[in-house]
Each structure stands twice: as structure tokens, then as C-alpha cells.
Design a protein around this ligand. Structure first.
Ligand SMILES: [Zn+2]
Length: 461
């Protein structure tokens, strides 16, 4: 065991005490009455970073909840990593479902229970403590390290794009490493290669000036509900392939290696089907369920309304009909291109007698994909293999993590997800917890990650 690992082992009790102290701060970013607690959490993080030997530590204003920055950049001719995490938390409701008060941490059965334990206070403390162990035992770091911790992740990081724009030089790096995220399972590591982007829009169909008596006027004018149903139906063939012209044009195809990696992840379609309570699975032909969920774009109708909705019958043909559509995008689709393609499709397929319009809803993010063989992924692979004794899976996520694309856009650096939470740890729910085993494994993994990163050539993206 190396000296810094010994140091970590000796500090174990103190580290847990410190994590408890951090978890006692009720830094809920969405509730205005907790804004002071978010500030207090920022100050706590800043002091702990200073204590670790990290330099230039400061709490910076964003116009919303603050961020904490710090650095240690004395490794000449070595790569620079920017480590990311967040110190804000979700609200605690329903609070009566907690077995102990959410901000009174409890260690039980090798787990630490509290709001924010897994998302993200436990995992974001790890890199600070790992850097401290290296600095206190070796007096130097193998690479240059910068830290960016934010206090508004749980509300969608509204001020972060502007903050990144304004601090490009301070934050410049070869690679971002995210301490926010998850591993695959307690005994199985994973490397995340991509997250889907998103765009959402509303389709409004208008027919007659007013609702019409369906007896007197029925059969003489186009019914907006029929027209909307026709439009929606025209967007997808009966097998699940999207028929919007141009929809797949920019999709980066999966190669053999991609498909092998996705399908190497144990996944039972029957179990999935049973879990969801459906009679059969459905989706774009030519792809497995995991490929569809992780690596193919989707267009889903997420809401549809119009006409009489109450009990009984009202003999009326509605003047208008509406639907909301949400698309999940993969590299290299963009929300703008897809919104335009759908708009063109709607205009082209609108039946005579109604007018259809499409408007973009306030939900858009670019998809994110990191090259599989990115040096950061290679280092992560080597470390995860050493720490877990197993090769990591190469996985993706159907969901959207806009911060990775923000870093790529603003700092021209890819993000390696290197985080040690697990998705069964009641994140955002009552009785959130973090496994102590993950805490210890994460500390070791971060130390090794920084050491091994030094052997990789500096590479500006
Ligand atoms: Zn969260």
C-alpha cells in the first residue's frame, strides 16, 4: 500500500466526521429560504479545500447560488484536470418517510444516511480528500488539478453557462472529471460514453373559429382532433421508425465495437418487459432494447389534448387540438435541426381545412458523446479495473446531463464520469444514503486516477 493510501486509512474516522458535518448543512437549492444554507455549504467546501492544501480557493458569485473554485497547478508539462461536483441538494419531502431527520446524518450498516449523502456531497468530497492525501504525503500532485463545485445543479445550473463563459481562462483544462454520477453496481464499474440531448415542442392545430355542434356541422369541416391524430401518426411508422424527413441524417451510426459493448451488459428483455407491465416490447427495427434506449434518437408524444374531457358526452367538435412532443437526441443531432425538421414535417402533412403551428418548448440540450478511446477513458478503465478487479462496462444513458456538453462547448474539454454513487441509493428520495465502501473505494480510485493521468500525454481537445 502506498503512503498516501495509508494516510487515507488513518484519516478514515476524521473523514466520516467531516462528511457528517457537511451533510448537516441543509443546502437545498430550490427553496429560497435555504439560500443561506447553500452559501454556508459553499463556505464549508472552501475551508475544507484550503485545509487540504488546495490553493487560490474562493467562493464566486454567479448571480444565483455560488460556485467554489480552487487549484493546485505546479505540475509543469503535465495535463490539467478540472474536477466537478455540486454541494446543493434536493428538497426532503415527503419528510415523514425518512427514518431519521434528513439533515441529521446517521451511519448504519456501512452506509451513511442523509439528504445529499450520495447526490453529491459524499462523492464530491472524495477528490478533495484524495488530493489532500497526495499533498500531505508526497508534497506534490502528479498532475495539475482545478476544482469547480457548484450550488445549483439540482435546479438545472441556470447561471453556469454564463459563469463558464466569463471564466474560460481560469477553468481551462485538458479534461473534466465529474465526481457527480454513478457506477453500475457495487461490484461492477462502468464508463459512460454518452448522454442523450433533448428538444421538446408543442403542436397546435386550429380549425373553425369556434367549437361546433357535432350534429349540425359534423362531417362538413375538418376536425382538428382528426388532423392532429393524422399528424402524429405520420411521424412514425407502425414498426417504430421515425418518418420525419431528415430525423436520422446526423445520427452517428453505431459501429461493431459500440454494439458489442452495449450488448455485453447483462440485460434481460423479458424481465424488463415484466417490470414495465407491458405485453410486448416495441421499438425501431434492427436494434436491441438497450441500443434503442441508449444510442438511438427517439420522438415521443408526451401529451395530447383537445375537445370535451369531462364525464358523459358533449356533442361538440372542438375548434383546436394540441400535443406535446419530446425528442431525445444522440450525437450529432441538434435541438434546432430536429425542431426545424419536425416543423417542416407538420406543415407538409397538415390536412386541408386546419392550420397547424409548431413551437419550441423551453427544454433543449445537445447530446454528449466522449470518444471511447479518449485518454481519460483509458485511465479510468485502468483504475476501475484495478479497484474493482473487473473490466468496466461501456454504457450510455437515455437521460440528459447538460453539464458535460456545456464543458465541451465552453472549455473544449471532454468530461470523464468518475463518480462512486449508485442509483439504488434513494437519490432525490427519502432515506438517501451513500455506501461507506464506495467512499473508501472512491478515495483510492481518485488517487490512482491522478497518478495514472500523469503518464498520459497532454492533449488539448
Ligand atoms: Zn440530483
Amino acid at each position: 500500500m502506498s503512503v498516501w493510501m495509508n494516510f487515507l486509512a488513518q484519516m478514515r474516522h476524521q473523514h466520516l466526521d467531516e462528511l457528517c458535518e457537511f451533510l448537516r448543512i441543509p443546502s437545498i437549492s430550490s427553496l429560497p429560504e435555504h439560500a443561506d444554507a447553500v452559501d454556508e455549504a459553499a463556505q464549508w467546501v472552501a475551508s475544507r479545500m484550503r485545509l487540504a492544501g488546495i490553493e487560490g480557493v474562493r467562493v464566486l458569485a454567479t448571480g444565483g447560488h455560488p460556485v467554489v473554485y480552487g487549484e493546485h497547478t505546479h505540475a509543469t508539462d503535465c495535463p490539467t484536470v478540472l474536477i466537478y461536483g455540486h454541494f446543493d441538494t434536493q428538497p426532503v419531502d415527503p419528510v415523514d418517510r425518512w427514518e431519521q431527520p434528513p439533515f441529521e446524518p446517521l451511519i448504519k450498516n456501512q452506509r451513511i444516511y442523509a439528504r445529499g449523502a450520495s447526490d453529491n456531497k459524499g462523492p464530491m468530497l472524495i477528490p478533495i480528500l484524495a488530493v489532500e492525501a497526495l499533498l500531505k504525503t508526497e508534497g506534490a500532485l502528479p498532475v495539475n488539478v482545478k476544482f469547480l463545485f457548484e450550488g445549483q445543479e439540482e435546479i438545472g445550473s441556470p447561471q453556469i453557462p454564463k459563469f463558464l463563459d466569463a471564466h474560460r481562462d481560469m477553468l481551462s483544462c485538458d479534461l473534466v472529471v465529474s465526481a457527480d454520477g454513478v457506477q453500475w453496481a457495487a461490484d461492477q464499474p462502468a464508463i459512460y460514453l454518452g448522454f442523450k440531448g433533448i428538444c421538446a415542442l408543442q403542436i397546435d392545430v386550429r380549425g373553425p373559429d369556434n367549437d361546433l355542434h357535432s350534429g349540425i356541422f359534423g362531417g362538413t369541416v375538418q376536425n382538428p382532433l382528426y388532423a392532429l391524430a393524422h399528424l402524429i401518426n405520420s411521424m412514425r411508422d407502425p414498426h417504430g421508425r421515425i418518418c420525419v424527413e431528415g430525423f436520422y441524417d446526423d445520427v452517428r451510426p453505431l459501429n461493431e465495437w459500440d454494439r458489442q459493448q452495449i450488448n455485453a451488459v447483462p440485460f434481460d428483455e423479458q424481465t424488463y418487459q415484466t417490470r414495465l407491465g407491458v405485453t410486448t416490447l416495441f421499438g425501431e427495427p434492427g436494434f436491441t432494447t438497450l441500443e434503442r434506449a441508449w444510442a438511438r434518437p427517439t420522438l415521443e408524444v408526451v401529451g395530447i389534448w383537445g375537445g370535451f374531457q369531462d364525464e358523459g358526452i358533449k356533442a361538440v367538435m372542438p375548434a383546436e387540438a394540441h400535443a406535446k412532443v419530446s425528442c431525445r437526441l444522440v450525437a450529432s443531432q441538434t435541438p434546432l435541426d430536429i425542431t426545424q425538421a419536425i416543423t417542416r414535417h407538420v406543415l407538409r402533412h397538415t390536412p386541408p381545412g386546419v392550420v397547424a403551428t409548431v413551437r419550441s418548448l423551453d427544454s433543449h440540450a445537445l447530446p454528449y458523446a466522449i470518444p471511447t478511446d479518449h485518454p481519460g477513458n483509458q485511465v479510468a478503465h485502468a483504475v476501475l479495473k484495478e479497484v474493482y478487479g473487473k473490466d468496466p462496462y461501456y454504457v450510455r444513458l437515455g437521460g440528459t446531463l447538460p453539464i458535460c456538453e456545456m464543458f465541451l462547448d465552453k472549455l473544449s474539454a471532454y468530461t470523464v464520469m468518475f463518480a462512486f454513487g449508485l442509483d439504488d441509493e434513494c437519490i432525490h428520495a427519502p432515506n438517501e444514503f451513500f455506501r461507506l465502501q464506495s467512499f473508501e473505494r472512491g478515495l483510492r480510485a481518485y488517487g490512482l486516477f491522478l497518478e495514472k493521468l500523469a503518464t498520459y500525454p497532454q492533449r488539448k481537445q
